[in-house]
Structures are given as C-alpha cells and as structure tokens.
Ligand binder design. Structure first.
Ligand SMILES: Cc1cc2nc3c(=O)[nH]c(=O)nc-3n(C[C@H](O)[C@H](O)[C@H](O)COP(=O)(O)OP(=O)(O)OC[C@H]3O[C@@H](n4cnc5c(N)ncnc54)[C@H](O)[C@@H]3O)c2cc1C
Length: 423
C-alpha cells in the first residue's frame, strides 16, 4: 500500500493478525448472541492496540489518527462490530487527551492504553441527536461535587465500559456554551444502564441508555477542570473521530469485497464461475474502485488531522460521507454477487450490509457531513475571491438599491437562512 510508513504498516500487520486469528472466527457467534465479546477485547488488549492513540507520556504508543484508522479498518474487515467496539474507546478518551487536566490524563489514560479501562462517549439524548447542542441533562454544583440527574441515549459500549465521558448542561441559559464534560465511573451510586438496544448491525457491541440518578461527580472529574467547554471538546472529538468511522466503513467494504471475490471464483452457473460473467466482473470492479477511493480519502483526512492542516475538518467530513456511502453500496453489491445465498444468515455477507448502515448515521449523519463540508467550502473560499470578476454581476433597477441599504431583495430578515448548529 503506497503512502504508509513502516510504523503504519507495523500497526496494520498487528491489527490484521488480531482480526484473522481472534475476530473472524467468532464474528458470527457474537452477531447472533448480541453479547460483548470479552475474548476479543482481551486479544486486542494483548496486542497493544488500545494504546495506539494515547500519547507516549501517558502509557500509549503515541500513534496518530492514521495509525488508529488503519487498525479500525483491519478489525472492521473481519467484523464491523469489533471495529467500533475498539474505536469507541478512542471516541470516549479523546476528550481527555485534548481537554483533560494533567491529573485526569495521568489517572485514566495509562489504564485505557492497557485495555484495563474501557470508555464510552455519552453526548446524545432522546431529543438531542444531530442538534447535540440542545442537550438537557443538568449538572448542578453541590459543594465540591456536581450532581448529574438525567438520561443519555445511544451510548456505545454502555455497560461494558468502566468510564463514561458525559456531556451535561451546567448553565442552561447559555445553550451549547453552557455544556460541560464529566468523567463518570460506572461504579458510582446512581449510575445505571437502562435499555440495551436490539440493533440491526454492530450487534456485538452494546448500545444503551444511561440513567444518571443524582450521580455525584467530584470536582476533580469535571473535564479540564472548567465549565462551558464541553460542547467545544465534544465537537473537536467528533472532528478527529470521523476518519475512524470512515475507516470502519472502508474495512467493511473491503471485507465484503474479499468474500465476494472468493465466492465469485467458486460459484458456477452456466458451466463457468460467475466471476467470468461480464456483469459480475463489472460489479467487482466498481466495488474495488470505490474501496480504493474511499481508503485514500480516509488516509488523506487522517494525515491532515495529524499534520494540523486547516482543511482537516472538511476532509474528515468528506471521508466520512464518501466512505460510508461507498460501504453501503459495496456491501449491498456483495450480497448481490452471492445471489440468494447472500440473503441468508448462515452466509457471512449480509452481516456486512447490516453493519455498514450505521456508519452513515452515527458520529454525525451524512446529511450533517454535507452541512459541515458546505460551510467549510464557503469559509475557505477567500482564496478564490479573484475569480469573482469572471462571473457576471447582474443589476436590477430598484432591487440593488434595497440590497445596498442592508435589506434582502424580498425583505427577508437577516439570518433567516442561518444553518443550524450541528454535531
Ligand atoms: C447504533 C448507534 C450508536 C450510537 N452511539 C453513540 C455514542 O456512542 N454516543 C453518542 O453520543 N451518540 C451515539 N449515537 C447517536 C448518533 O450519533 C445519532 O443517532 C446521530 O447523531 C443522529 O441523531 P438522531 O438519531 O437523533 O437523528 P436526528 O438528528 O433526529 O435526524 C433524523 C434525520 O434528519 C436529518 N437531519 C437532522 N438535522 C438535519 C439538518 N440540519 N439538515 C439536514 N438533515 C438533518 C438527519 O440526517 C437524519 O436523516 C449512536 C446512535 C446509534 C444508532
């Protein structure tokens, strides 16, 4: 694979080994039982993969977003559920890496890197999904503690995780600027896992409601030791995590393509392997091109994040949008290559299609990615100002006078088309 460093390849080989030896043999079993695969988690921990994204000074390997994406891709190639079971620990702990106090980093990150402490990220609520800034769970100060009394929806790793990065409102009047992050431990009184969701895909990893029944959180577990930064930290985390979801999608698409190629060579119809029928070849070729295009976009986005490029946010959203749509198309076509058998649960391919669907939805739906991309394009367009003179400017008597006076041509109030603040 071009562009990868020796270190990137080293992580790829380790993750590929875990995927083939530990994950693939049990993927169908845990998809069916919908139980957390502790044996797989132990295999991942033994290989050192939980430390990839954690800085070296806190017990990790100091790898970048690209290393993380490569590992997520390889695990997802064998099982999309395991891909997120692993990646969600990065999602949950990145707020500590980017916004935690020195003491919080020292207390939690080494144990996360070792795979001893699993993490979850609790931002969404029943009535606050894409519009996460409208979350309502309150956190109220009580002496040297904060009391969180509310519910979070769709916490991936819920119940399995020991630590929950919970976003709550410490100042409801300030809207999203009144949101703060808290590091909440599962063992604390009042912390309860409520509904465990019965899902279409990624079934080996639990997604749950979390009930916080007057949970007392010490001041030392207020993320970064400061209120009002939670939404910023949550959004910065999602910006960095998006290539990870995209990598999950690439892994799923590659895994489905692998199986489709093997099956197309083996299955014979009309006296020849179906791989020699032109229309099957066309499907396989289109699938392969989509996987490669998605992979290189993911790598580019991950590298942009690691290099701190200003365009990193847009690239990450583009990678998430493109790779997850590609995964849905490729996994659907893979089922088509398998024909009727592809629709059956005792064949491994329909699971890829079910697992792929969620990648278009979580960590910001693909509609939200389009909003992020379009806004970034407009923001970055300053360098294109010189092109303006090549585009004719129309004038209309009466109308231009109004516009110059500061009113819209149709008298619309300013800000009527303001884009919503989304995750
Ligand atoms: C399996 C699973 C795991 C999850 N894990 C986590 C987790 O670990 N932590 C966490 O905090 N959350 C998690 N989520 C929540 C997930 O991030 C949200 O489901 C997602 O952000 C969408 O929110 P919503 O479901 O409320 O949909 P809504 O926001 O209600 O959206 C519904 C539809 O409207 C569209 N839409 C909404 N707003 C706009 C807009 N402004 N412009 C155009 N279209 C729009 C959406 O794209 C979508 O198609 C998980 C969800 C699932 C299903």
């Amino acid at each position: 694979m071009p562009f990868l460093t020796d270190e990137n390849r080293r992580w790829r080989d380790i993750a590929r080994g875990v995927a083939e030896e530990v994950v693939r043999p049990v993927a169908a079993k845990y998809d069916q039982s919908q139980e957390y695969p502790w044996e797989v988690k132990e295999g991942i921990a033994r290989s050192g993969l939980f430390g990839v994204w954690i800085p070296k000074e806190y017990g990790g390997h100091g790898g970048g977003t690209l290393d993380l994406c490569i590992c997520v891709e390889e695990l997802s190639r064998a099982c999309g559920g395991v891909g997120v079971l692993y990646a969600v620990n990065s999602l949950g702990s990145t707020p500590i890496v980017i916004g935690g106090t020195e003491e919080q980093k020292k207390r939690y990150l080494p144990r996360i890197a070792a795979g001893e402490v699993l993490v979850a990220y609790s931002l969404s609520e029943k009535f606050a999904g894409s519009d996460a800034g409208s979350l309502r769970t309150p956190a109220v100060k009580d002496g040297d503690h904060w009391v969180i009394d509310g519910e979070k929806k769709w916490t991936t790793n819920g119940g399995a995780a020991h630590l929950y990065t919970v976003f709550a409102s410490t100042d409801p009047a300030s809207g999203s600027r009144g949101i703060s992050g808290f590091l909440v431990e599962k063992s604390w009184p009042g912390f309860q896992i409520k509904k465990v969701e019965d899902k279409m895909g990624i079934r080996c990893v639990p997604v749950t409601e979390v009930n916080l029944d007057r949970v007392r959180v010490p001041e030392s577990n207020l993320l970064g030791g400061i209120t009002g930064r939670g939404f910023k930290h949550a959004m910065m985390t999602l910006d960095r995590a998006r290539p990870g979801v995209a990598a999950q999608a690439v892994g799923l698409a590659q895994g489905a393509l692998d199986l489709a190629v093997v099956y197309a060579k083996r299955r014979e119809q009309f006296g020849v392997p179906i791989a020699s029928h032109g229309m099957v070849q066309q499907m396989l070729a289109d699938m392969s091109a989509k996987v490669s295009a998605a992979r290189y976009l993911v790598y580019a986005a991950a590298k942009a994040i690691d290099s701190g490029l200003p365009s990193a946010g847009r690239l990450a959203a583009e990678a998430k949008l493109f790779a997850t749509d590609a995964a849905m198309q490729v996994t659907t076509d893979a089922v088509q290559v398998f024909g009727g058998y592809g629709y059956m649960k005792d064949y491994p391919i329909e699971k890829y299609m079910r697992d792929a669907k969620i990648t278009q939805i979580y960590e910001g739906t693909n509609q939200v990615q389009r909003l992020v991309i379009a806004r970034a394009l407009v923001k970055e367009s300053g360098a294109l100002a010189h092109l303006d003179k090549y585009i004719p400017h129309e004038t209309q008597r009466g109308v231009n006078d109004l516009a110059a006076a500061g009113e819209g041509a149709a008298g619309a109030p300013r800000g009527a088309n303001r884009a919503p603040e989304t995750r």
